[in-house]
Design a protein. Structure first.
Length: 253
């Protein structure tokens, strides 16, 4: 499991993109004061923080299967109920929430349809289920340059393009397969400035997610080659990386 890593490493690797993404997913879910919301696959709590800002900690619950992330989310968000659990088996009663969200998680679920079905089950009738996944297949995700360089290095590398929800239309298909009503697909976009190449590169060496796991398997010379290939593909510094995520929302029955 490539998410059993320190929360700080996650922040530097992915939190830099997921923090600015969170308000957009919360808007897509039409979150409004007085609602109870669940953050599925919360990680250290990028989306949790946005839900707390809108609803208050007592109205927010969160789950993640990674122990260090659960600990970090508990520490960072006092008052939020954070439990160690996977989407496919949520420890809540039917209809416990008005809205259930999963930011950058569906593609890591062992069974995405089962996970989304569980998200629908714990959402009250007519409540919103919403999720987003980076556009890995379209080469528009924040990790796309890294994976392009990895392909140059090793044409057989297994990147994230084939993962659930990472190609156009697939997330909406999964929502429909999970039995959600009125499914709508859209896109979300974030722009993040990188002041230096090192600022962009160094988090890839921390072992986070499939990209970090790939880098960790390389010997020193191959890692240096990968780094050079990334540098050649990126614009001159400072540069702004604009990334796109596929998003979907649907209503629980
Ligand atoms: C890219 S991170 C996203 C974290 C957070 N939502 C964010 O936006 O920063 C993916 C998260 O999904 C979690 N995860 C992996 N498999 C999962 C599953 N089956 N159910 C729920 N979460 C899962 C990982 O532990 C990790 O925290």
């Amino acid at each position: 499991m490539t998410f059993v890593v320190a929360a700080d490493a996650y922040d530097r690797f992915m939190g830099r993109y997921s923090v600015p993404l969170a308000p957009q997913l919360v808007d897509l879910a039409s979150i409004a004061g007085g609602q109870r919301a669940l953050d599925v696959g919360c990680g250290p709590g990028a989306l949790t923080a946005e839900l707390v800002a809108r609803l208050g900690p007592e109205a927010v619950s969160a789950v993640d299967p990674s122990e260090p992330f659960v600990e970090a989310a508990r520490e960072r968000h006092p008052g939020v109920s954070v439990q160690e659990a996977a989407a496919e088996e949520l420890p809540f009663e039917d209809g416990a929430f008005d809205a259930t969200l999963a930011q950058l998680v569906v593609h890591f679920m062992a069974d995405p349809v089962a996970g989304l079905r569980e998200m629908a089950r714990v959402t009250s009738e007519g409540g919103v289920v919403a999720a987003c996944v980076w556009d890995h297949a379209g080469g528009q995700g924040p990790l796309s340059v890294f994976w392009q360089a990895a392909h140059e290095l090793d044409p057989d590398v297994e990147d994230e393009t084939q993962l659930a929800g990472a190609r156009e239309g697939h997330l909406a298909q999964l929502f429909e397969a999970a039995g959600l009503d009125g499914v709508e697909q859209s896109t979300l976009q974030v722009s993040v400035e990188h002041p230096s190449f090192e600022d962009w590169w160094e988090p890839y060496t921390l072992g986070v997610g499939p990209a970090g796991a790939f880098a960790a398997r390389l010997d020193e010379a191959r890692l240096a080659e990968l780094r050079q290939r990334c540098r050649a593909l990126l614009p001159p510094v400072p540069f702004v990386l604009t990334s796109r995520a596929w998003a979907a929302r649907g209503l629980a029955r």
